[in-house]
Design a protein around this ligand. Structure first.
Ligand code: SIN
Length: 280
């Protein structure tokens, strides 16, 4: 197995067929995922059953409450845009399931049907972005917690309910929110990581909305404009595995008139601890 960092965020892994990964391969993948936050694989032959078998070896699966699922495999979420639809899923920067009390560990995304061009996915590295902040600013962030919600997306009045994706989505009554430290200690790498994201973080706990907006907008600009991002151009056989606790992602919506179908399996995570707390 060979690992080549992509620059900005993540690494490409060569020399491993995911459908056959076992034992030591999985341990190595877990280590590399904790280190890089994003692993990209090319030319994989991974049927939906292989996808499920691989995911089950990596961890427990958590099913997204809102996305449509593959008819034969209810643990596989479909990230699907039909050729007549204008809205895509995940078209803004976000970390999956950060609105849950135990946010997802990560996701395994397999390209099933791609447009002739476009539909790239962008990733951002929140551990490196945190490291680049000044010590004084880090100290201030370390005392904060933030509210993460999905009411504005998937609730009865949510943005997605007013789009041409509405018929695909379920879970209207399942919308909810959770509070997490603004800087978490990554459960595996032990690094301090900035844990807010544009899709789901709605407020800094105890701050007004305008105060929260000002801080969050500063942090978001820092992450996206300072060299902490990578773009993934998909090809048939491409697979991406990302760690939600230390990355964001965003799917381009630039292929109107063509279908794009991705299969996503999301792995269950755990409650997140503040970086300033005990590391043990
Ligand atoms: C997502 O999981 O947010 C979608 C990613 C993609 O479609 O590339």
């Amino acid at each position: 197995m060979e690992i080549q960092p992509l620059g900005g965020c993540g690494a490409i892994v060569e020399g491993l067929a995911l459908a056959d990964a076992r034992g030591d391969d999985l341990d190595a993948l877990r280590r590399e995922l904790a280190m890089h936050g994003l692993l990209v694989f090319r030319d994989q032959a991974l049927s939906p059953d292989d996808h499920l078998g691989f995911a089950r070896q990596l961890g427990e699966i958590v099913v997204n409450k809102f996305f449509p699922v593959d008819g034969l495999h209810p643990e596989i979420a479909e990230v699907r845009k039909e050729k007549e639809q204008k809205t895509n899923i995940g078209g803004g920067w976000h970390a999956d399931h950060s609105y849950d009390a135990e946010p997802a560990l990560g996701s395994i995304l397999v390209a099933r049907e791609l447009p002739s061009s476009g539909g790239d996915t962008h990733f951002a590295n929140l551990a490196d972005a945190y490291d680049a902040l000044s010590d004084g600013f880090k100290q201030m962030l370390g005392s904060l917690r933030a509210v993460h919600s999905n009411h504005h997306l998937y609730g009865p009045q949510g943005i997605y309910r007013k789009t041409d994706l509405a018929d695909q989505l379920g879970g209207e009554s399942e919308a909810g929110e959770a509070v997490h430290p603004v800087v978490i200690r990554h459960p595996e790498s032990g690094r301090a990581v900035l844990y807010v994201n544009p899709g789901h973080t709605i407020q800094i706990e105890g701050w007004s909305i305008p105060e929260s907006r000002a801080l969050l907008d500063f942090l978001y600009a820092h992450v996206t404009e300072s060299g902490f991002t990578t773009s993934l151009e998909w090809a048939p056989g491409s697979v991406a595995i990302w760690d939600n606790r230390q990355t964001w992602h965003l799917a381009d919506n630039d292929y109107h008139g063509e279908r794009r179908l991705m299969h996503r399996i999301t792995l269950a995570g755990e409650a997140l601890s503040p970086a300033s707390g005990p590391t043990g």
